[in-house]
Ligand binder design. Structure first.
Ligand code: FAD
Length: 318
């Protein structure tokens, strides 16, 4: 079922969902099941599986020269989505990236998704590879999420890369996109970022999932700004509890977000990492309660494939 239908059917009740990262190449899918099993009691209608672009390794040659090679550490997004659907009978949302995929590979991937009965996708540009100063598009790939979105919308209209248009070959994907309550770090200002967000919704995106945030006011302002700009699709808050003290700086730096002073003070006052985890969970429980009161459609957790903290939060609020 489509995410938008799940939200409609919930009739105002807040849903619970979460995101998983594919295991490293060669590892078993058991790690994925171990991350899902403890959370199934909270009845997620859908589970997201991230996609990761290739990384670089440097190979030293006999002549001393270093060769830069790229490889993909964590493939398998589509297969994991299919396995989850099969085992748990819940919908899955594979993340689709511009980076690392040619347009043809994307089309073939979407055809696979359609055969598998996967109805939702989250369309993203992807980040720069480690070692690249900024995002480098894949040759014959897409530059921006808008371009990738256009490809999915085209297929929903029966338009493929090389075939003639054919109405009987339409796919029917429900399309999600990313939103940034604290602005995407490359955007010069919020207004420009909003321009592209609105463009994506006008092009046919059906729902937005936000970057993580630790101050609900940022999300409330973002939603109000969206509504004022005619963006009326569901806006799902993406949430991640702090689980260790290094994350105060790590999350802020990686995701270009602010960490509230009160949260920093509380974490800095902790005597052990266990205390930090407790503070992180407590902070998130309070955030979730406030978000539910605001009427969010879904609480969506970035679990990083570790169910523990999310389970504690879900136990407290559902
Ligand atoms: P875009 O929409 O392409 O935006 C990138 C920048 O370009 C922004 O500054 C925007 O303002 C600007 N821009 C947008 N469109 C245009 C245009 N047409 N012309 C000029 N400028 C434009 N990353 C992964 O690698 N794998 C994942 O699975 C993954 N999942 C994510 C899930 C969520 C919910 C979120 C919020 C992020 C996720 N990311 C993931 C990170 C994401 O890929 C990065 O934040 C990336 O830097 C931007 O992606 P985007 O889709 O927002 O890009």
């Amino acid at each position: 079922m489509k995410i938008t239908e799940h939200i409609k059917n919930a009739a105002g009740k807040t849903l619970f969902s979460f995101e998983l990262i594919p295991p490293l190449k060669g590892q078993s899918i058991k790690g994925i099941y171990d991350a899902i099993d403890p959370l199934m009691e909270f009845k997620p209608p859908f589970i997201d599986v991230t996609s990761l672009r290739e990384d670089f390794i440097y190979k030293q040659h006999d002549n001393g020269l270093l060769e830069k090679l790229s490889y993909r550490k964590r493939p398998g997004t589509i297969a994991i989505c299919a396995a989850i659907m099969n085992k748990y009978k819940v919908d899955t949302v594979p993340h689709l990236l511009c980076g690392g995929f040619t347009k043809d590979e994307t089309e073939n991937g979407l055809v696979d998704l359609q055969f598998l009965g996967i109805e939702n996708v989250l369309v993203l540009r992807g980040d720069a590879r480690r070692g690249d100063a900024s995002f480098v598009p894949t040759p014959n790939g897409h530059n921006y999420a808008t371009d990738l979105l256009q490809q999915v919308v085209n297929m929903n209209n029966g338009i493929y890369l090389h075939e003639h248009n054919d109405d009987s070959l339409k796919t029917d994907f429900c399309i999600g996109i990313a939103g940034y309550p604290e602005k995407h770090f490359e955007a010069p200002n919020l207004k420009t970022d909003f321009k592209y967000l609105k463009q994506k919704v006008d092009m046919g995106a059906n729902f937005i999932v936000t970057q993580m945030f630790f101050d609900n006011q940022k999300y409330f302002d973002f939603v109000n700004n969206c509504r004022a700009n005619g963006i009326n699709v569901p806006i799902i808050p993406g949430l991640k509890p702090v689980t260790n003290s290094k994350q105060l700086i790590g999350l802020a730096k990686t995701f270009h977000i602010d960490m509230p002073e009160d949260l920093c003070d509380a974490v800095n006052g902790c005597k052990s990492e266990k205390d930090v985890r407790d503070i992180g969970v407590e902070w998130m429980i309070n955030q979730c309660r406030e978000l539910m009161a605001f009427g969010v459609p879904v609480l969506h957790f970035y679990t990083m494939s570790n169910a523990g903290p999310t389970k504690r939060i879900a136990e407290a609020i559902f």
